[in-house]
Design a protein around this ligand. Structure first.
Ligand code: TYD
Length: 220
């Protein structure tokens, strides 16, 4: 199974994996963290065991990234970030994602490969970033929470957040466009990925997410 997982293009439903692998994506302030928690609770109420996780992780590489992203963080070249995010993802897959889904737990990841494709490709060649992430198998579904950058920045402001490396309205709007373009490319390639309107209320968006995830439970 591990070998298969390392193969590009292999899917999380292959091999002897039993848990569901759901990814939430979107620009900063789109609500992936809130929605991840709500989805985890929803799945748990249905008797599933859920592991809610995120990238950058709390592991050694992820912690290094978090420090570097802070306001007044070091001025690292974007290629360094691309490599660090990819390295953190390997650690995440090996230590958390695979063990969980192989033992039948569902995994919800707040960010995954699509984050690297959308964020790092504002400065870097998309194909290069993709190649760095070839080891990362596709989730059962990725949900792209899409909202205008201004809406997301206002949310960050009112939560007393903002100011990290990528948290600027114009830049986030470019990343949002990247997300949408890359998402449609991945859908054409056969990945299961849905774009949802993240300017909806928290509860409405949660309902949309549930509508996308529920059929996957029946398929299993
Ligand atoms: P974020 O999920 O916003 O963490 P937190 O909610 O704790 O602030 O992730 C941190 C930032 O890292 C966010 O701006 C998106 C960015 N990022 C990338 O640029 N590439 C990636 O591959 C990942 C996982 C995150």
């Amino acid at each position: 199974t591990r070998e298969r997982a390392r193969m590009a293009g292999s899917n999380a439903s292959e091999g002897n994996r039993k848990g569901l692998f759901v990814v939430l994506e979107g620009i900063d302030g789109a609500g992936t963290t809130t929605q991840g928690r709500m989805l985890a609770q929803w799945l748990e109420r249905r008797g599933r065991t859920v592991e809610l996780c995120w990238e950058p992780t709390d592991g050694q590489v992820g912690s290094l990234i978090r420090k570097a992203l802070q306001k007044d963080g070091p001025d690292l070249d974007e290629r360094v970030f691309a490599l660090l995010f990819a390295a953190d993802r390997i650690d995440h897959i090996e230590k958390q994602i695979l063990p969980a889904i192989e033992s039948g737990r569902d995994v919800i990841s707040d960010r995954y490969v699509l984050s690297s494709l959308a964020y790092q490709s504002t400065q870097l060649d998309l194909d290069w970033v993709r190649s760095l992430n070839r080891f990362a198998f596709a989730p059962d579904i990725a949900l792209l929470l899409d909202a205008p950058a201004q809406v997301c920045m206002d949310r960050l402001d009112s939560a007393g957040r903002g100011g990290e490396r990528y948290e600027k309205t114009q830049l986030l709007e470019r990343i949002r466009l990247n997300y949408r373009q890359i998402a449609s490319k991945l859908v054409e390639e056969g990945q299961r990925l849905e774009t949802l309107d993240a300017s909806l209320s928290i509860e409405e968006l949660h309902q949309r997410i549930v509508e996308m995830v529920q059929p996957l439970l029946r398929e299993q």
